[in-house]
Design a protein around this ligand. Structure first.
Ligand SMILES: [Zn+2]
Length: 388
């Protein structure tokens, strides 16, 4: 024990006399993405199994460091409590050597983390990570690591492009991506698997472009036959996102779905969104768009008061996991609305289960992507670096 203590002291001493190193351990030329991995937390358990350092932000002054850590981090009046020590800053950067892991509440992460004290005295944590290592932690959450390699590779290229597009869009914000379904599901090194990491390496730096620039490469679980035109949902109208025939997702467990929603729930949810209706008597599809998804929907009550909603808004209000897609047929019976639907997700861009089906039929990742993003090209990050 004594020997270890002496060794630790020696390493601490070495560390203290070491010249100040740059805060970021961001090697290589791969772009860095900033992912919000923890938000509004009272305290965080922070751990490292080797050397670590803590810097102030934005001044990047070395505040403390050492060897092997397992400590609680909390907000304090004067800054951030790092174990028993108060650091007089509201933003700090925690780094470990390249290749080592940082543990946040038991989950492991590559890269570095910025811990931020918010005005409400809660903490948020932003993981700054090389885009390739970020993808290691995304793919397992987005597709099955047991799928054919070409399908996982297609997801790798799509997810890389999506991340870089978001990073460019959010340059002036505190972070580029969240770690949930609103960006791409990311859970750090904990979710790395052999096949998904291999797919990232096999597609190293590959991105999708249209007219020489990256675009938001949306994707979704299952289209149900035809993908959606992004212009029907968002303010984006470009050839690769106009929709295409899929026809390869019939084996998806999400191909068909049905959901019963009590009419009283619908009345409440519409009310919460400013649509005050009495007892609902009908829900009618007024218009469908080219892909068959509901464009306009009319909800009527017994005294003929009605409201017109887009399929997108109806799905959002009812909950995107209950109304899995906007491609549904509504019917009312016995105090409930029954929706019989197909597909899962917004339907724009690559259909993940379709990509799986195509890869199973021998299609390569590049071919799959050209089907789902017509007119798009595949290039590498270095060719578009000036645009990132
Ligand atoms: Zn599909």
């Amino acid at each position: 024990m004594k020997r270890i203590a002496v060794l630790l002291l020696f390493m601490q001493a070495l560390f203290l006399v070491a010249p100040q190193a740059p805060a970021a351990v961001e090697k290589g030329n791969d772009p860095i993405v900033r992912v919000l991995v923890i938000d509004n937390r009272d305290s965080i358990l922070l751990a490292a199994k080797g050397t670590y350092r803590v810097y102030s932000l934005p001044s990047e002054k070395l505040l403390t460091g050492g060897y092997i850590l397992h400590t609680k981090v909390m907000a304090s009046e004067g800054g951030i409590m790092f174990g028993a020590r108060e650091l007089k800053f509201s933003k700090i950067r925690f780094t470990v050597p390249d290749g080592a892991l940082i543990y946040l509440d038991g989950r492991s992460f590559r890269g570095t983390v910025d811990i931020i004290k918010k005005d409400n005295m809660k903490l948020s944590v932003i993981n700054r990570i090389n885009v390739e290592e970020y993808l290691y932690g995304v793919l397992y959450n987005e597709v099955s690591h047991r799928w054919p390699m070409e399908a996982i590779k297609a997801q790798g290229i799509t997810a890389r492009t999506f991340a870089l597009y978001q990073a460019r869009q959010n340059k002036l914000q505190d972070y580029d991506l969240t770690n949930d379904i609103y960006s791409q599901v990311y859970s750090g090194a904990t979710s790395e698997r052999w096949a998904t990491t291999r797919a990232v390496r096999l597609t190293l730096g590959k991105v999708l472009t249209y007219k020489g620039d990256i675009f938001p490469t949306y994707y979704h679980a299952t289209c149900g036959g035809v993908t959606e035109d992004a212009a029907n949902l968002w303010n984006i109208d470009i050839e690769p996102l106009k929709g295409s025939e899929c026809g390869f997702c019939k084996d998806s467990p999400h191909y068909k779905w049905a959901k019963n929603i009590p009419l009283s729930d619908i009345e409440k949810k519409l009310g919460d969104n400013g649509y005050k209706l009495g007892k609902i008597v009908s829900v009618t599809v007024i218009e469908r768009n080219k892909s068959g998804r509901v464009d306009k929907l009319e909800v009527k009550d017994g005294s003929d008061v009605s409201c017109m909603l887009t399929g997108k808004d109806f799905r959002r209000m009812m909950g995107p996991n209950d109304v899995r897609s906007t491609n549904f047929e509504p019917s009312i019976s016995k105090e409930k609305l029954t929706l019989n639907g197909i597909g899962w997700g917004h339907g724009v861009g690559m259909c993940q289960w379709g990509a799986n089906g195509m890869a199973g039929h021998g299609k390569k990742a590049e071919e799959i992507l050209k089907i789902y993003y017509p007119g798009a090209e595949i290039t590498t990050i270095d060719k578009i670096a000036d645009k990132l």
